[in-house]
Design a protein around this ligand. Sequence first.
Ligand SMILES: *Cc1c(COP(=O)(O)O)cnc(C)c1O
Length: 414
Amino acid sequence: MRGTYAVPYASRGSVFGADEVQALTRLVESDDALSMGSWREQFEERFREHIGTRHALTVTSGTVALELAIHLLDLAPGDEVIVTPQTFQATVQPLLSYQATVRFCDVDPESLNMDPVALKSLITDRTRAILLVHYGGWPAEMDEILTLARERGIFVVEDCAHALGASYDGRRPGSLGDIGTFSFHASKNITTLGEGGMLTFDRDDWAERIDRLRSNEVDGVFVSAPELPMESPKLLPWMKYSATVYQEACLGVRRSGTNATLSEAACSVGLVQLERLEALVARRRAIAARLDEVIDRHPGARVGRPRAGLVHAHHLYTFFAGGPADVREALVRGLDERGVEVQLRYFPLHLLPEWRDRGHGLGECPVAERLWFNEHVNLPCSPGLSDAQVERMVEALDEALGSAYAGAGAGVPA
Ligand SMILES: *Cc1c(COP(=O)(O)O)cnc(C)c1O
């Protein structure tokens, strides 16, 4: 069916124009480096300013950003990490490579973000980190979460893949916890030509570690070579002789590096896209507002609204079809028949086979499970939709909600 919908879910989360084309033409026609050059520097500098952190480091995807962020936590066997189940699997997948214990924390039924009350009950002496997402672009309740974390020295990693353009009481997601990770995949609020990612944080030592890792160097314990006696047994001979290239000695390797360099072409386009972020998010917000009006006309359905002080980036448009269990099925079928492509994001992660193999299962996060299996619906919300497509979706939603509730005999729930 893909490609045949009048209102497709999202082929692209962003819109490209003459400025992006010009950036690429300028790069290709110049003698500028195509890798590790000035466009990366400029993109990272603008991103740091936008988010409000000391460091912003590009990598090749949001998935790689998360892998490297989790590496920085130096997890030891027996450490516990609390994660949200209501996110894309890339948020928690890197944890499968560690002998850490993962605890899935249930979500708030309005925002689908990690519920601070549930979180508190999962914290133990062994909790080392909290890994959360700002679901759909709605900022998580960071003050409550950070208060719990700071009291106990627990790291907080924010997966901001949806949250570029959002704000939390005047500050940007990605600057609130210890580490922020971003994705510039084709579907996200801005894109660096289809794939890309970023890490944000304040710590200088982490910036050095990430810079080595993404450039195929090892992450280790380095000391300045000239400080070591040349006959030190720990100093590898080749380092001694190539000291002009490698000015440091490595006393212990934490992990080997990889090539996660984001290309200059991607960074030059990212710089332009970042300039357009406000306009792109404003378009998402306008589409969401039209859909909210329809949901409000149907008492069985509900849509959450962020409290004052939070700005929603509307990467996803999510609402809930409450009432009898068959309403959601009828509604989704009704939308599909009317040419609106519906997707359900995301299947609760603790129920995926890789986590069930580790002892997780049904009943662990009742709110996330109940909503996903019975009520949760996502609608197209990307800024590339035309006004005509938005109006068509509004009409289809109104009709499909009307007939789904009438057909189920649900009436108006108390
Ligand atoms: C898209 C996404 C990622 C992964 O980003 P990629 O750039 O596609 O690797 C991680 N977390 C969330 C919540 C996402 O939506």
